[in-house]
Write a protein that binds this ligand. Structure first.
Ligand code: LUB
Length: 251
């Protein structure tokens, strides 16, 4: 009787007993190693580009043998794909964190671009992923399509903004998303090529301050809770107008 009980529980024990060499911890360690390789590879890809990066360089950087690197990534192509996929896997996580701040949809868009700005300046995965995508035509493997996820994400947020009356009436959310991503990414590209991104934070603020006031519903035109209401003479003049002038075009 007790024998059948022990037989039933038997499969559980090996996993619990094996301790530091057990399959779970071993897998965890393998994942950590993979991550280390990926981050070292990202640093080198970002610095030298795809062509001038070798598996040997990555192995040296991560202080492992080439064989250890090959165990996780069969070739350089796989490493490049993994860096770019790692980059794209982060945006939903970032969006969730930004959503947690409880901002309006339009301010959520701005905060997402703020996060991307920080990543361009500080995150090797972002820097490498961007460089690899810029070189994608010369890379002998298919990378995920660039810009598409971002544009869709911004479109979604701008449609939310429109639904809440935050966008000026003439603004098409999908068009605005394409323009915003192009302006943001273009500013980053120019800043990278001219100044190694030293001026990018400031270039992004220029894009932000030029583009977003043009997208926002005019203060008083509808019930917004943005920050522009208290700003500028246009708002003051509108506020000085008649009641009807301020409330004619709710959407
Ligand atoms: C995003 C990069 C770097 C765009 O979506 C992409 O393809 C991206 C690389 O191509 O960041 C961020 C607006």
């Amino acid at each position: 009787m007790s024998q059948s009980k022990s037989a039933a529980t038997e499969p559980l024990w090996p996993a619990l007993r094996t301790g530091a060499t057990g399959p779970f911890l071993r897998q965890e360690r393998a994942e950590r190693t993979r991550e280390q390789i990926l981050h070292c590879a990202a640093r080198i890809f970002a610095e030298r580009g795809y062509e001038r990066t070798g598996i040997k360089d990555v192995a040296d950087e991560v202080a492992m043998t080439k064989g250890a690197v090959y165990f996780h990534f069969p070739n350089k192509q796989a490493l490049a794909v993994a860096v770019v996929e790692e980059l794209y896997s982060r945006w939903p996580v970032t969006l969730e964190a930004v959503r947690g701040k409880g901002l309006s949809p339009l301010d959520t868009v701005i905060e997402m671009f703020n996060a991307a700005t920080t990543a361009f300046l500080e995150d090797p995965i972002m820097q490498a992923g961007t460089r690899l995508q810029n070189e994608r035509a010369a890379i002998d493997v298919e990378l995920p399509l660039p810009y598409v996820d971002w544009t869709n994400l911004i479109s979604m947020l701008l449609r939310e903004a429109a639904a809440q009356g935050q966008l000026a009436e003439h603004v098409d959310p999908d068009v605005a998303a394409r323009v915003a991503v192009a302006a943001f990414f273009g500013a980053q590209h120019i800043s990278d090529n001219l100044y190694a991104r030293a001026d990018f934070a400031e270039r992004w603020r220029e894009v932000r301050d030029t583009l977003f006031p043009a997208l926002r519903a005019r203060p008083g035109a509808t019930a917004t809770r943005g920050t522009t209401a208290a700003r500028g003479s246009t708002g003051a003049r509108t506020a000085a107008g008649t009641r009807t002038a301020r409330s004619v075009t709710p959407r």
